[in-house]
Design a protein around this ligand. Sequence first.
Ligand SMILES: C[S@@+](CC[C@H](N)C(=O)[O-])C[C@H]1O[C@@H](n2cnc3c(N)ncnc32)[C@H](O)[C@@H]1O
Length: 320
Amino acid sequence: MNAKDTIAGLSDIDRASFGENESGRMQALLEVRALVERLEKPWETVVRMVWTQPTLLLTVKTASEMGLFAALSSTPQDGKQIGHSTGADPILASRLLRMLAAGAIVQEVGVDTYIACDFSRALRDRQGIMSGIHHFWDVGVQQVEKLPAYLRRTGYKNPSDAAHPPFESIVGTSSYWEYFNEHPEARANFHNFLSFRYAWVRRRPLCVDVGGGKGRDLKHLADAIQDDKARLVLQDLHPVIEEAKKEQLPPQIELLAHNFFGAQPCRGARAYFLHSILHDWPASEAHKILTLLKEAGKPGYTKILLLEAVMPDRIKDIEP
Ligand SMILES: C[S@@+](CC[C@H](N)C(=O)[O-])C[C@H]1O[C@@H](n2cnc3c(N)ncnc32)[C@H](O)[C@@H]1O
């Protein structure tokens, strides 16, 4: 097959090509990323990292706040019309729309003419997937800016003091969770964003989701097992549990404010589940969290289930 045919074949592939085959879709994504790395020249890679991606990110943030995604529809409109309907300078609206079209976030259908696409429609909802972009502004931007200087200052010592993490010096509070106590809107952005993550589902009659956020995983578990007698317990810090109460979770999910550095009140569970918890803590704190769960569990019966993204020793061993 020549290069032209190969490229034509690639453009026929999209998410729908894989149906329910999630692993096939992930495998294709890894292949495509590897293809980009093989094709890109170093200059192009750096441009993508320092210009294209940050610019796209700030354009999406600005477009959301301007109401630009809400102004788009399936009827083609030019930048001027869209600018007028949002109250923005039409020239600025056109410039942002061109950037969004280049990033495949809106669809360009003619010169300076655009329509909404599935992704831009999803971005209309401030509490939807867009909350991830706002979350990055809440706590990500400062880290991008200040972490290199922090590490330089500390002589490139691996951060392992849970009481004084880099976050404290960069953002000013001792942890994300402290920061969220002082900024409930930032906490809402974080948990709204997490609600979109893939869910963990296993058939177990009793599960305590430790640091389970607003209950996304337990809700999927409850839906999957369809057993309203299964006792499922959602635990997180008090303010998060208060947020979870607004989520209309299935009735068999009990909500319990609990700090995982204290003795586990729910004893002898079939499973204690920790999704993206341990990576937030140095080894000594992770050890403490697990020890408390081990003490609460029933020997030979209880399982502690960890779901974490783990870097393989070699990048080439990444599994979809
Ligand atoms: C990265 S989030 C993961 C949330 C959820 N498991 C998920 O996968 O969507 C970490 C969670 O740990 C919670 N958390 C942080 N410190 C905690 C503590 N000391 N006790 C209980 N939960 C805590 C946070 O509120 C947050 O919901």
